[in-house]
Write a protein of this length. Structure first.
Length: 382
């Protein structure tokens, strides 16, 4: 079977490409090594019919009208307030750091001006994560929220020069996790959104439980769109790129374990900043709008990534790893008729808005290059 586009991966990036190109008249095949749509954005239901995210939470938010208009073709929305708390030293804290957090630290009310006076102004570029954080908030809040958490999450201490991060600070009492203008969950879940994208793609077929190698041999194609790990594509020519992997444990909660509002924990997400083996617990019932006597919590454990044996989740944000990734990106740029797209294929962290924006850009480029019917064009923001 000859096709115009072979798309490897049925995650968000691959499905946006498939829908856009198929709608322009292209024959597309999407192959997915798992048994479901959506990649890591996939959601499903527990034994009581309650949603959970088996690959970690996905909180949709955007400030892009183009991204919102596009995805709204395939879903309605339920407005969501993504609120996170941190558990440190046996106490629940407001998070990300804001004026409330400072008040909890000092044990009394404070003004924004007082909190600003507590914060510091960095006087030099940070050498590592510890420098980046303590140069702004000092050691008390750093030790409370970031020292052990960084080691757990990245597998490297915050003092390691390969780990550097910047953190959001709010000098007011805004405790929302994100500040994007639109924050909502698909009203029937992410999987329903992806299923509608497939239905809306007239020249698309999807094959599950199929490897890239099998698909490449089975489907001669004009152009390949690859969303898997870029180092695997090149058979680890420059060595395996380091990732952090995760594992997840679903805990179904009984009525006696819930509070008066029907929840198992006080917020959507609780970050555990000490030396617990896990980094966070997530109860998406806070934002799905489902009503039930039951609930569920997903507990997230970070771990060392082993190529071919564990799932790659987070690219390591470090200079040496970036240099290694550049070798693969350069090799990718030299591949004829191949587009590398998505977090794993670009070795860059992308949120959902960024993934959709890049896929819309790439789809428009291919439609122009291959002279597909114009159809309906989306003006994508730069």
């Amino acid at each position: 079977m000859n096709v115009d586009y072979l798309i490897v991966g049925a995650g968000l990036s691959g499905l946006v490409m498939a829908e856009r190109l198929s709608s322009a008249g292209a024959r597309c095949v999407v192959v997915e090594r798992r048994s479901h749509l959506g990649g890591n954005c996939h959601d499903t239901k527990d034994s009581h019919g309650l949603f959970y995210h088996p690959y970690g939470p996905h909180y949709f938010r955007t400030s892009s009208p183009v991204v919102l208009d596009y995805l709204s073709r395939f879903t309605g929305w339920r407005e969501a307030a993504y609120r996170v708390r941190a558990l440190a030293r046996g106490k629940i804290w407001s998070f990300p750091i804001n004026l409330r957090t400072y008040e909890e630290l000092i044990g009394r009310e404070a003004t924004e001006d007082e909190f600003r006076g507590y914060l510091k102004t960095p006087d030099r570029p940070p050498a590592n994560s510890r420098d980046a954080i303590t140069s702004i908030i000092g050691t008390d809040l750093y030790d409370l929220f970031f020292r052990d958490y960084t080691l757990k999450h990245w597998g490297r201490p915050a003092e390691d020069p390969s780990v550097c991060q910047r953190i959001p600070i709010r000098t007011n009492r805004d405790d929302r996790y994100f500040t994007d203008s639109f924050q909502a969950m698909p009203d029937e879940g992410y999987t329903a959104l992806f299923e509608r994208m497939v239905v809306a793609s007239p020249h698309l077929t999807v094959h599950f439980n199929m490897s890239f190698e099998e698909a490449r041999a089975r489907f001669p194609h004009r152009h390949l769109i690859y969303t898997g790990p870029i180092d695997a594509y090149f058979h680890y020519r420059f060595g395996a790129l380091p990732f952090r992997t995760l594992r997840f444990e679903l805990e179904e909660k009984q009525p006696h374990e819930l509070d008066g509002d029907g929840h198992a924990q006080v917020a959507l997400q609780i970050n555990y900043t000490g030396m617990e083996a896990f980094t966070r617990t997530v109860e998406v019932k806070h934002v799905t709008g489902q009503s039930s006597r039951y609930s569920n919590v997903v507990r997230e454990y970070p771990d060392r990534y082993v190529p071919g044996k564990s799932e790659p989740y987070y690219p390591i944000p470090a200079p040496a790893e970036e240099q290694q990734a550049d070798l693969y990106r350069q090799a990718g740029a030299e591949e004829r008729d191949v587009t590398f797209l998505g977090r794993m294929a670009t070795y860059r962290y992308l949120n959902m808005e960024q993934a959709v924006t890049l896929a819309l850009h790439k789809a428009d480029e291919l439609r122009r290059r291959h002279r597909w019917a114009d159809g309906e064009k989306l003006k994508v923001e730069n």
